[in-house]
Design a protein around this ligand. Structure first.
Ligand code: NAP
Ligand code: MG
Length: 399
């Protein structure tokens, strides 16, 4: 069989532990037999990041900017425990995802992979809900303190050219707590562009919610920036048959629960933190959650939402077969290949991405699953737990 050709390389970021093991298996069993794979390979495994003083992460992010599409394996973010586990580490290296996100200035979109045998807790959700979380500012970059005496707290801005604002936060009679938060027009604008671009790319309606009735200036800015940026996309939205819908966060929550899904819900940083955990838990499993980083210029990086599955890795290292779920990592690959295909006009490659995903669904629908999913299956469906390798072989049979 002649393999499917590629024209532009995909930026490939390898990672750590069990997901690194799965990464190689996925390539060997599901991609290399069919695709004449062209990648620019970056090893983001912890030890290689250490050897390169983390330059490899920066290089990988810059390559992503250059080529436009990347696929990333889960990576270890070292903490104190990891420093003991890997004594050769010269620094507690920063989270690669954080480094890549700041270079690409991106927004993270998380969406569940849904199958018939596993129903979301919310029964009327028949289509996936994607959460787009603004990943900059607000309470995550705020300052706070507590006070003990009666007094007054003021918020003061001193511009470099003389602009000045001063507001009384509150006059208090006794002990109190205070908090100062910010966001920037630039970051909000990037967030808006990423959301509209992603909605068009995935042909889904976009919802956006804030609390601008209460935070009239702060959240009012988010609402206004989105409205203004939308004027650049309005015609394309119409053409694609999708809509942009703004509502208050409390109204959005009620509507989301009553909805059938199938849209993107853009959330401010805190709302996105809280709502993405609610939505992903309601849909079933972290192992079935995809994650995509999209920059305002459309540069896209695909990955799984879960980590390196450390516990499974140590079992695998000890010679045991593990039943680690590769679905989210496979979908990172299919997503990246599809995006590359669309940018380069490669119909065979796009069809292959579809076929790979269809083979995954066919395998799950045949009741062949990893252990984590078997316990979630609805009555009336049969499911057998297999190890990761068998699961991948079963997918390969169905491509
Ligand atoms: P994790 O790797 O997501 O795993 C937590 C637990 O969730 C696992 O022990 C496993 O439960 C279950 N799980 C997650 N993914 C699974 C899969 N594909 N198949 C089956 N079960 C799965 O999170 P963690 O243990 O907190 O973090 C491990 C390492 O990953 C850390 O070093 C962290 O820095 C890194 N991390 C990286 C990323 C990223 O690169 N995007 C994200 C998060 C964490 P059972 O053990 O009960 O089977
Ligand atoms: Mg959280």
């Amino acid at each position: 069989m002649e393999k499917i050709k590629m024209t532009t390389p995909l930026v490939e970021m390898d990672g750590d532990e069990m997901t690194r093991v799965l990464w190689a298996m996925i390539k060997d069993k599901l991609i290399l037999p069919y695709v004449d794979l062209k990648t620019e390979y970056y090893d983001l495994g912890l030890l290689h990041r250490n050897e390169t003083q983390d330059q490899v992460t920066v290089d990988a992010a810059n390559a992503t900017k250059k080529y436009g599409v990347a696929v990333k394996c889960a990576t270890i973010t070292p903490n104190r425990q990891r420093m003991e586990e890997y004594p050769q580490l010269t620094q507690m290296w920063k989270s690669p995802n954080g480094t890549i996100r700041s270079i690409l200035d991106g927004t993270v979109f998380r969406a569940p992979i849904c199958i018939d045998a596993i129903k979301p807790v919310v029964k009327n959700w028949t289509k996936p809900i994607t959460i787009a979380r603004h990943a900059y500012g607000d309470v995550y970059k705020s300052v706070d303190f507590e006070t003990t005496e009666p007094g007054v707290c003021k918020l003061v801005f001193e511009g470099e050219n003389g602009e000045r604002h001063e507001a009384v936060v509150q006059k208090t009679n006794g002990p109190a707590v205070f908090q100062g938060a910010h966001n920037t027009d630039k970051s909000i604008r990037s967030f808006a562009h990423a959301c509209f671009t992603y909605a068009l790319a995935t042909k889904q309606d976009l919802w956006f919610s804030t609390k601008d009735t209460i935070a009239k200036i702060y959240d009012g800015k988010f609402k206004a920036v989105f409205e203004e940026v939308f004027t650049e996309y309005e015609a394309k939205f119409k053409e694609a048959g999708i809509t942009y819908f703004y509502t208050l966060i409390d109204d959005a929550v009620a509507r989301v629960i009553r909805s059938e899904g199938g849209f993107i819900w853009a959330c401010k940083n805190y709302d996105g933190d809280v709502m993405s955990d609610m939505v992903s838990t309601a849909f079933g499993s972290l192992a079935m959650m995809t994650s995509v980083l999209v920059a305002p210029d459309g540069t896209t990086e695909y990955e799984a939402a879960h980590g390196t599955v450390t516990k499974h890795y140590y079992k695998w290292k000890a010679g045991e077969k593990t039943s680690t779920n590769p679905m989210a990592t496979i979908f990172a690959w299919s997503g990246a290949l599809r995006k590359r295909a669309q940018l380069d006009g490669l119909h065979d490659l796009e069809a292959f991405a579809d076929r790979l995903e269809a083979a995954c669904f066919a395998t799950l629908n045949a009741g062949i699953m990893t252990k984590d999913l078997v316990g979630l299956v609805e009555p009336g469906f049969t499911a057998t737990a297999v190890d990761s390798e068998t699961f991948l072989d079963e997918i390969a049979k169905r491509i």
